[in-house]
Design a binder for this molecule. Structure first.
Ligand code: ADP
Ligand code: 5SP
Length: 481
């Protein structure tokens, strides 16, 4: 492989299932080395991971990159959003982190919304109506169920903050990830002392919010760190905000990400505030906004249906009249945290491949229902939908999105847009450039565009009908759940 033309930077994506690291030539965007290592997530009632696993996975992913990682001049960490990391006075996790897809805090989400002025108050104040994913609801759940853990907590972090702090020794976060906590006011762009006081969280336990383009710190002097001492550390951000950087997004360009979570989002110049709660009014990692809707059931849920049917994930068959709402983990969009999966319309002649197609349709329907809401009114409706995340590699996902959206679909050739976005942020620290401009210079969004096909309104209407008719069942949940 030829020598790099510019300094090397490292971008990290610490997502739900694994950590990916890329070593990138800052001059050209060429990926010089890459690594990946998995994490485990608890099953059963909650979704938890030990943050130390993320660190071990980061070190493993970087060791797969070889010497290149040690030569990096700057690094940035993107991470799964919302997770509640509680640290003791030695900086060790008090308990495993409560992840974004843990729905146990749904009652606290409802209660907090009511106690502090309702959905409109929250949307105007923080940009979002808190669902069970938001960190503030997890803190309230912990206070109620494990008060001893709350007493032992001396620092509260998000997943990307935890990793950044292990590199620099300093507690920092950024506006993108802070905006998913529920205790960051989007109007003032600062921690919201009223909300914090309401949930009994001392602001002194929270990390400093580093500004876009500011250095979060430098790598500490310690022999067991995977970088050289003094390497610059960028603010990092949440994984969706990192992917927005990695695509060099401009307002009006819609993205659909298919991973453990499904997300749809776009960059906006206007601060979002959706009192219906469908759209989370996140900040992006630059200075704009990132209205976003997120589902809990995406690739893992559809893969699970394929496994149950004994099928390869691509073995879909057309012509289904079956509706499958794949809410295996409860759901956030629509907001049905107690829901489970639901099947309707099964006949003697239904094939396994049609059932699998119904699972894809159900997962994509939830995301498309929110797409128009995350786009500004003046966005071009014919702009291609950028399809990213692990699922974007799959033909069945691509074709389902194309058929149900009626839009052209662009699949970037670059696989790891979150890690690339983090790398672009690290490169921006070195060159002084806007990270999104860096990504555009690297041409990271380039990839084939699949032409639009006529939108399958019949399927969308059928799914919406089942969803509406089954609402009481989906709200109630199943016995024992
Ligand atoms: N070729 C493929 N076709 C369809 N799905 C895929 C393919 N490769 C990976 N996936 C899916 O991608 C998911 C992982 O995507 P990723 O975006 O890395 O997830 P996360 O960021 O949530 O950890 C897996 O659940 C898997 O189902
Ligand atoms: O909760 C959200 C967004 O609000 C999720 O998108 C998480 O950020 C997890 O992302 P993945 O691990 O699925 O990429």
């Amino acid at each position: 492989m030829s020598a790099a033309e510019g300094p090397l930077v490292v971008g990290v994506d610490s997502s739900t299932q694994s950590t990916k690291a890329l070593v990138v030539d800052a001059a050209t965007g060429r990926v010089v080395a890459s690594g990946q290592a998995p994490h485990s997530v608890s099953s059963g009632a909650g979704r938890e991971s030990d943050p130390r696993q993320w660190w071990d996975a980061l070190c493993e992913a970087l060791s797969q990159c070889g010497d290149a990682a040690h030569e990096a001049a700057a690094v940035s960490v993107g991470g799964q959003q919302h997770g509640l990391v509680t640290l003791d006075d030695r900086g060790e996790p008090v308990r495993p982190a409560l992840l974004w897809n843990d729905v146990r805090s749904a009652p606290q989400a409802r209660r907090l919304t009511e106690e502090l002025g309702g959905a409109k108050f929250w949307a105007e104040r923080t940009g979002s109506v808190p669902a069970a994913s938001f960190t503030v609801t997890k803190w309230a759940w912990l206070a109620e169920h494990e008060p001893e853990a709350v007493s032992a907590t001396k620092a509260v972090r998000l997943p990307h903050d935890y990793l950044t702090e292990r590199l620099t020794g300093q507690g920092t976060t950024d506006r993108g990830d802070a905006s998913g906590t529920g205790w960051w006011a989007s109007g003032t762009q600062a921690y919201d002392e009223e909300i914090l006081a309401h949930v009994g969280l001392d602001p002194a336990l929270l990390p400093r919010v580093v500004r876009p383009g500011e250095v979060a710190g430098t790598v500490r002097d310690s022999h067991d760190l995977p970088f050289s001492k003094g390497t610059l550390v960028a603010p990092g951000t949440g994984d969706n905000a990192a992917a927005a950087l990695g695509l060099g997004l401009r307002p009006g360009m819609p993205v659909m990400s298919l991973g453990t979570s499904g997300t749809v989002y776009a960059v906006s110049r206007r601060r979002p505030a959706d009192p219906s709660g469908t759209v989370a009014g996140f900040a992006d990692a630059r200075g704009d906004w990132l209205p976003l809707a997120c589902t809990l059931n995406c690739t893992l849920a559809v893969d699970r249906v394929a496994t149950l049917l004994g099928l390869d994930r691509e073995a879909v068959e057309p012509g289904t009249a079956v509706t499958l709402l794949p809410y295996l983990d409860g759901e956030r969009t629509p907001n049905l945290p107690n829901a489970s999966g639901l099947l309707h319309g099964l006949r003697h002649d239904t094939t396994a491949g049609q059932l699998l197609q119904a699972a894809y349709d159900g997962a994509v329907h939830s995301l498309l229902g929110a797409l128009d809401l995350v786009l500004d009114e003046d966005a071009d409706p014919s702009a291609p939908l950028l399809l990213i995340g692990g699922g974007a590699r799959g033909t069945a996902w691509q074709e389902t999105v194309r058929r149900l959206s009626g839009r052209p679909v662009q699949v970037p050739e670059a696989k790891e847009l979150v890690a690339l976005g983090a790398a672009a942020q690290a490169a921006g620290l070195l060159t002084g450039e806007d990270p999104a401009a860096v990504a555009r210079r690297w041409d990271t969004a380039a990839g084939p565009v699949l032409d639009a096909v006529e939108r399958d309104e019949e399927t969308l209407t059928r799914i919406a009908g089942v969803l509406s008719d089954a609402a009481p069942l989906l709200e109630r949940g199943t016995a024992g759940s």
